[in-house]
Write a protein that binds this ligand. Structure first.
Ligand code: ZN
Length: 302
């Protein structure tokens, strides 16, 4: 082979190694629909059990290791023990590697307390609030298998994020709290949480607690989105939101939350109601978030 062709070939090979995989929004949306089809993934329900099995199977096809962190939560009102599961999928488990953590909650809220009175005791479908973040992370898992990174990534699906009654924060973020309390020596360089990222009218202002805890990660993500032209990531300050990133920040991990709390658009009409269904979400919104994350992950290598 003439020398210039060899160099051209090498250059091409290097370019391929550094390329960022394409995020498949349709496939990710199918993951969202699949979760909703199980029924509300309320801790302790049959739907929760079935969905957990499916998530473990699905992640098992892509990750190097999947671990289920099972525990019981004592419901403070009924006194019942509620089984919960954090699902942890790890990629590239070689020792002493830098690691990055990605997270989302996979449970759905047991009560539609923002809905009209007769619906308030019913569990929500959780298409956006729950399934959307997981749907993005499953598609990222597929990309990580196809084109492995040189460092480690851990995808953690938290249970029990949305279990608490309105105003009773001690029964929110149950899975994330349990994970943080049992974190041991695990120290990812930083973490990114996805929550409510499927809204067809996506708008992602910067979340206040994230910028306080990890301004460099916020900058990296929002700069990447800006460079790629994804205007849903807005460089303005949004509200402070209590979410699964808080226990992780308290455990000393720089952690940000990518969240669109306005659902849809300005108000919260679908939030914590029976209206939180797949038709309010879109493949394009999942792609926006997923593609930005893939760029962040694969550009870490360069
Ligand atoms: Zn919620």
């Amino acid at each position: 082979m003439p020398r210039f062709l060899l160099f051209a070939g090498l250059a091409l090979l290097l370019a391929c190694n550094n390329s960022v995989p394409e995020f498949d929004g349709q496939r990710s949306f199918a993951y969202l629909e699949k979760q909703v089809a199980f029924g509300p993934r309320v801790p302790g329900s049959e739907a929760q059990k079935a969905c957990a099995e499916w998530l473990v199977d699905e992640l098992g096809q892509y990750a190097d290791r999947v671990v289920v962190q099972s525990f019981n939560h004592k419901d403070k009102h009924s006194g019942r023990m509620i089984p919960m599961k954090n699902i942890i999928a790890s990629f590239n488990n070689k020792p002493r590697l830098k690691r990055i953590m990605l997270a989302a909650h996979w449970d759905s809220r047991p009560r539609a307390d923002q809905d009209k009175l007769e619906n308030q005791h019913k569990p929500i479908p959780g298409a956006n609030d729950g399934a959307s973040g997981v749907a993005v992370l499953l598609e990222i898992a597929r990309a990580l298998k196809k084109q492995p990174l040189s460092y480690g990534v851990d995808i953690v699906l938290f249970d029990g994020e949305d279990y608490g009654r309105e105003g009773e924060l001690d029964e929110y973020f149950i899975g994330a709290r349990y994970f943080a309390e049992n974190i041991g020596k695990y120290r990812p360089q930083y973490g990114i949480l996805l929550d409510m990222v499927g809204d067809a009218q996506l708008s992602l202002p910067v979340e206040y607690n994230s910028v306080r805890a990890a301004p460099h990660v916020v900058k990296k993500v929002w700069d990447t989105a800006e460079r790629l032209g994804y205007t849903a990531f807005e460089k303005r300050m949004g509200p402070a939101i209590s979410d699964d990133h808080i226990p992780m920040i308290e455990a000393g991990i720089p952690f940000i939350d990518i969240i669109d709390f306005a659902y849809p658009d300005q108000g919260h009409a679908y939030w914590h109601t029976l209206q939180d269904t797949p038709d309010k979400c879109s493949p394009q919104s999942l792609k926006t978030v997923g593609q930005v994350l893939l760029h962040v992950l694969y550009e870490e290598e360069q």
